[in-house]
Structure formats: C-alpha cells, structure tokens
Design a protein around this ligand. Structure first.
Ligand code: ZN
Length: 115
C-alpha cells in the first residue's frame, strides 16, 4: 500500500476509535475509565496527521466533511463509497496499491483489496 494511503487509513481508524472512546468516556467518566486511552489515541492521531502530506491532508479533511468516510476499499472492482464500478484500466492496473488513487466519481481515496 502507498505510504500516504497507509497513513490515511490509520488516521481514519484512529478518528473512529477516538469517537468511540469519547462516547464511552462520556458514559464512564464517573468511574474514571477510558480517559487514558482517549489521550493516547488523540496523541497518536496528531502524530499520524503530521506525517500526511499537506495537500493530501486538506483533501482528506474536505472528503471527511462531505462524506464522513474519506477512505474506502474497492471490492470486486466497485468503489465502496459510491458503488460505481471502476474503469477496467484502473481496476486491472498492476501495482494499483502502490500509488495514491481516488475514485473518479466520488473522489474518495481508494485502496484495493486483493481479489
Ligand atoms: Zn466512489
């Protein structure tokens, strides 16, 4: 996988984990649970965000604001964001995970699961 793509996937995972931890923390604050993990996740998130290329990061933020989920897999040649079938040339390109690819229809960042 492209290194920047790996960062974006990690970043999005961390954001989801932070969201979950925040929701848990709200419920469990009285007992003092989960606060440490939230701090750890937030730190990890900002560390990863710093490694993402500036232009890519701003695109990521825009996609996130628009769709909620800016990074999606392509499964069986179909973008899991908008369910458009990828053009054959793109779908069969050798080393397609080695470059940073975006969906031609919805613009989300794509990663390809091996089929
Ligand atoms: Zn799409």
């Amino acid at each position: 996988m492209h290194p920047q793509m790996e960062l974006l996937v990690t970043l999005h995972d961390l954001e989801l984990m932070i969201k979950e931890a925040t929701e848990d923390a709200a419920q469990e604050k009285a007992m003092g649970f989960k606060i440490d993990s939230l701090e750890h996740l937030t730190k990890a998130q900002s560390d990863v965000a710093k490694q993402v290329d500036k232009d890519i990061f701003s695109r990521y933020q825009k996609l996130k604001a628009r769709y909620g989920r800016p990074v999606v897999p392509v499964i069986n040649g179909v973008c899991c964001g908008c369910y458009i079938r990828m053009p054959t040339a793109q779908a069969t390109k050798v080393g397609k995970n080695q470059s940073l690819t975006a969906c031609g229809n919805c613009g989300r960042f794509l990663y390809w699961l091996s089929e």
